[in-house]
Design a binder for this molecule. Sequence first.
Ligand code: ZN
Length: 74
Amino acid sequence: MQEHVEHLSADVLWATVKKGQPLANAYVQHTKDCRDCREFVSEFSMEARSAGFSLPDLLPETDRPQSNSATSTV
Ligand SMILES: [Zn+2]
């Protein structure tokens, strides 16, 4: 069962940063499927931090690109 959310917008990210909370789970799930949003979030985080905002990691650090999909146990 998948929960569909819209692409992340700067408004959503700003609201999240202002609340000082991690990204809502639905959005985290979305970024796993949507590379554009994943890059958007990471760029947004860097820019916000360089602008002086302290914010939690918006995405789990374990969310890495998969490069070893050659062998899967299907
Ligand atoms: Zn997206």
